[in-house]
Design a protein around this ligand. Sequence first.
Ligand code: AQP
Length: 334
Amino acid sequence: MEEQAKKPVILSAIQPSGTINIGIYSGALRNWAALQDTYDCLYGVVDMHTITVRQEPAVLRRRTLDNVAMYIACGIDPEKNTIFIQSQVPQHAELAWVLNCFTGMGECSRMTQFKDKSAQHAENINVGLFAYPVLMAADILLYQTDLVPVGADQKQHLELARNLAERFNFHYSPTFTVPEVFIPPVGAKIMSLQEPTKKMSKSDPNEKANINLSDSDDVIINKIKRAVTDSGTDIKFDESRPGVANLITLYSIATGKTFKEIEAHFDGKGYGDFKKETGEAVAEFIKPIRTRFEEIRADQTYLETVLKRGGEAARGRARKTLSKVYKKVGFVQF
Ligand code: AQP
């Protein structure tokens, strides 16, 4: 217990806004699992972020539990880590309000994700979507987080969390740990199979664009067979050929082979062989995750036990930081 408290803290989270895909696995989940023995980890399902875009309530509830089951299926041990649902820890929203009062309008309006999502949901550009990165900063700072393992798309949001921590600490006195970002050297941004210049995204309406961790072998093999590449012939990792580069990255995630080893393996072979083998390797890699997911997801009582315990642990820790913050800003506390 004593030793646990001394470990550096990790916080990372995923929105229940769609089915978890291999991009999220690569940018976040596989690193969560790898870091769980050396860090004191909190892994959240951030449902409050998800309602910045309209959701069907029953679907949101189902996906929230899907996320938790998928975390465990990917090797996140609920006995070693704190797995929690954001809306069950009210301190996230409370700290976000305080941080909103330290954030410039310009800081939020230049966020790439805000610009992209505003374009995608022009009929509903709400204040929550605008302030999304501030809530994310609250998620992180609430737990005195040292390290945040995320995909490359979240770098800009992390920068804001760091700035807000430094700003608050400077204005009052040291209150928040300034978090570091951990972005994996390979697979930090897995691209859409259909538009390889665009990030693979769980809310993409085109089903062929994503490899989901719950997809069957046949579905995976077919999606990779139909992946958009270019008119070249050789299998070389080259960022100017994003379709092929993306498939090489997926092959590397599935097999653990380096890009050089993969290039040597496919030397002299064509796109047909390359896509077939990549599809099979990815399907084989995902199969045990999918099987574990199905078992865990079927046990609702187990999931509730994990979440009740995680929620309680997260609230206990969050209360400590929030009480410090309220004291510093001048709120009366009894
Ligand atoms: N394609 C990706 N490649 C690598 N990492 C990725 N991540 C997401 N997509 C990729 C990382 O996974 C975590 C999930 O983040 P999130 O659920 O908070 O939201 P997101 O980044 O906005 O993911 P999506 O799939 O694009 O969700 P929607 O479609 O709802 O906006 C983060 O660590 C992210 O970096």
